[in-house]
Write a protein that binds this ligand. Structure first.
Ligand SMILES: Nc1ncnc2c1ncn2[C@@H]1O[C@H](COP(=O)(O)OP(=O)(O)OP(=O)(O)O)[C@@H](O)[C@H]1O
Ligand SMILES: [Mg+2]
Length: 228
């Protein structure tokens, strides 16, 4: 069992959006933390603010108020440029829509994140095949997304998101379009990844059948966490 270290700390985070003359407060004061080795889930009704929070943690958006501490740095104070660098080096992000490049094979899709992180080319082949093996797709390396099932595409997206050895993997509804068997498989893969890659995973989900796989579940309602 790995000794768990604090990786991320969110303190008093608020996010408001301006539309025309009105301001809508979406996140109203979020406190959370994630430790290395943990699988953390965010659940809550549609529109409760889960994706908004994930975007802040992933450096895709900035809070209106509050602090986000990640790996000894204050992410909420970063410039756009610094946030892009952090995403490429330290974060793996899986969007619900997979975001695979349609003309590239599974192998080439995974290679993209190694290139973006500036990882030496001589190491690519070994690492790409290692990641595809981890998600059970070693034999599908040269298939394009259109030649793969939804669940297989999702697993390529996972391999792509971890290839550059991020410390935190963020996944927005990673099982939403999968049947229950494939969802369970993805959760097993997540657990394997946590064990072999010394990473933490934070994911959103509506799926009550997988909540028990989490080390911690945060329940969001109207922009704050409530006791479930
Ligand atoms: N850029 C934006 N401008 C204005 N409102 C926004 C913006 N982004 C999100 N919102 C609003 O914030 C609320 C929360 O959205 P969010 O996508 O975080 O919900 P969610 O919990 O992820 O929902 P779902 O489960 O449907 O994915 C919604 O009411 C949405 O309309
Ligand atoms: Mg969402």
């Amino acid at each position: 069992m790995m000794i768990s270290n604090q990786l991320l700390k969110v303190t008093g985070v608020k996010r408001s959006f301006h539309t025309g003359r009105t301001t809508v407060d979406i996140l109203k004061g979020i406190d959370m933390s994630i430790h290395t080795g943990q699988l953390v889930m965010l659940k809550g009704r549609s529109g409760s603010g889960k994706t908004t929070l994930l975007n802040l943690i992933g450096g895709l958006d900035v809070p209106t108020e509050g602090e986000i501490w990640f790996q000894d740095q204050y992410l909420h104070q970063f410039s756009d440029y610094q946030r892009t660098g952090l995403r490429r080096q330290s974060l793996g992000i899986i969007f619900q829509s997979f975001a695979l490049m349609p003309l590239l094979s599974a192998y080439e899709n995974v290679e993209l994140s190694l290139r973006m992180a500036g990882i030496p080319i001589s190491t690519h082949k070994h690492r790409i095949l290692e990641c595809l093996d981890l998600v059970g797709l070693g034999k599908r390396a040269h298939h394009r997304p259109s030649e793969l099932s939804g669940g297989e595409q999702q697993r390529v997206a996972i391999a792509k998101a971890i290839a550059h050895r991020p410390t935190l993997l963020l996944a927005d509804e990673p099982t939403a379009e999968l049947d229950s068997q494939m969802s369970a498989r993805v959760m097993t893969i997540f657990r394997d990844i946590i064990d072999t890659e010394q990473i933490a995973i934070c994911m959103t989900t509506h799926d009550s059948t997988i909540w028990e796989a989490a080390d911690h579940v945060y329940t969001m309602a109207d922009g704050i966490f409530i006791k479930a």
